[in-house]
Write a protein that binds this ligand. Structure first.
Ligand code: SF4
Ligand code: SF4
Length: 390
């Protein structure tokens, strides 16, 4: 019988529809999810479609995993809605573009009219939250009885790792996410807020977390890193437990601030060894030298203590615009919660982005949403020295 500390783990070498469908069928059986479980319930799938990126970039949930899941659900008589809200404006036209480029439209069309077109949202109150009690949630997820959290395993410049828990930040509509970054500028409080959001959804909905970790992203994720084979799929009824195992598989054990915060709160055990793991042994799947983001290298967990107030201004890594790559598109300026990016022109009339440092809260939204990977990370000299000795 599966419990809230159960995670099912399977090796998955490539994006092969039949193999993935059979893995997901086994995972669902192990966690006690079948046609009877879904009967009479509204089901929503929440993929990670952070921005317009082709599947090969490994920034978004791979369409073959979605296809396998939809096929399995169809066999159980379930017709879900697929709903997501990436950063930036939340409009139907923008969503259509993202669904198309990410390869989602072509897959979804095989199963009917299941792509969400409703761009409204509703309010939810988190009774048991520790940091943030009020959330706006996109309507299809608000209305769902069951949410399938179909995330991608990636590195992340702000949170070090993005997987099942962080994926729920996409349940907050468009630019409201930027407002929340501004409302919770300290890394610790931002992480606490995401834990509150995920916990609230776990308390009000049935959650099934499925992590696409076949090919993930390493380095400057969630959008500017490099694809890296990880070779597995994880499924759990508890996104916090799933991320605890994901942390171990990436070789980040004990160092992902959001996972540590959730463990401290008792949402799952502190170590992966305490999980009830069904399937493959995680030891066989740990990725060697998985590259963490530049922003967290050399003392990532220590950085959490240095990201607020004066210490933050001195020590915390900051976004840095690579002027030779910047095309002056303005996406970063539009996505900055602090409105601290100016679009300027050089003497040849070429537009470029310029960050006014004083108001920057180092949320890395600009880096995440730059379509041309033109925003890197500037680190404090002292931290670079620490990195070298690590
Ligand atoms: S989003 Fe990237 S390319 Fe566009 S202006 Fe900003 S830094 Fe330049
Ligand atoms: S400049 Fe970038 S990192 Fe700084 S507040 Fe704006 S979006 Fe966040």
């Amino acid at each position: 019988m599966s419990g809230m500390n159960t995670v099912v783990l399977s090796r998955a070498e490539e994006y092969d529809f039949a193999a993935i469908k059979s893995i997901l069928a086994m995972h669902f059986e192990k966690i006690g999810v079948d046609a009877e479980f879904f009967a009479g319930k509204k089901v929503a799938i929440k993929p990670n479609l952070v921005m317009k990126k082709e599947p090969e970039a490994a920034a978004t949930t791979h369409p073959v995993v979605l296809d396998a899941l939809l096929s399995l659900l169809a066999d159980m008589g379930v017709t879900p809605v697929i709903a997501e809200s990436p950063g930036g404006v939340y409009t139907q036209a923008r969503m259509e573009g993202i669904y198309k480029v990410c390869g989602i439209t072509a897959v979804a069309e095989k199963y009917g009219d299941i792509l969400n077109k409703d761009i409204s949202w509703k309010h939810m109150h988190a009774e048991n939250a520790l940091v943030c009690h009020e959330f706006d949630i996109i309507t299809p997820l608000y209305e769902a009885d069951v949410i399938i959290d179909l995330c991608k395993l990636k590195s992340h410049s702000l949170t070090k790792m993005s997987a099942a828990v962080k994926n729920f930040y996409g349940s907050v509509p468009g630019i409201t996410k930027f407002e929340m970054h501004a409302a919770f500028p300290e890394n610790e409080r931002f992480i606490g807020m995401i834990c509150d959001l995920c916990k609230m959804l776990c308390e009000k909905k049935e959650i099934i977390a499925v992590t696409d970790a076949i090919i993930g992203m390493e380095g400057n994720g969630p959008t500017g890193g490099e694809p890296r084979k990880i070779g597995c799929i994880l499924t759990s009824r508890n996104p916090f437990a799933s991320d605890l195992l994901a942390e171990k598989i990436l070789g980040f054990e004990g160092t992902v601030p959001m996972v540590r915060e959730a463990a401290k709160r008792g949402y799952m055990p502190s170590t992966a060894a305490e999980l009830d793991i069904i399937g493959e042994s995680p030891k066989e799947l740990i990725v060697k030298d998985f590259a963490e983001p530049d922003s967290t290298k050399g003392g990532g967990s220590m950085l959490v203590h240095f990201t607020s107030g004066k210490w933050g201004e001195i020590f915390a890594p900051k976004p840095k615009i690579n002027l030779s790559v910047c095309r002056g598109c303005g996406e970063c300026a539009a996505s900055c919660p602090q409105h601290t990016i100016e679009m300027r022109k050089n003497k040849n009339g070429k537009k470029y982005a310029h960050i006014i440092r004083k108001k920057c809260i180092r949320c890395f939204c600009c880096q995440e949403l730059c379509p041309f990977v033109a925003i890197g990370t500037k680190k404090n000299v002292l931290l670079n020295v620490i990195s070298a000795f690590k």
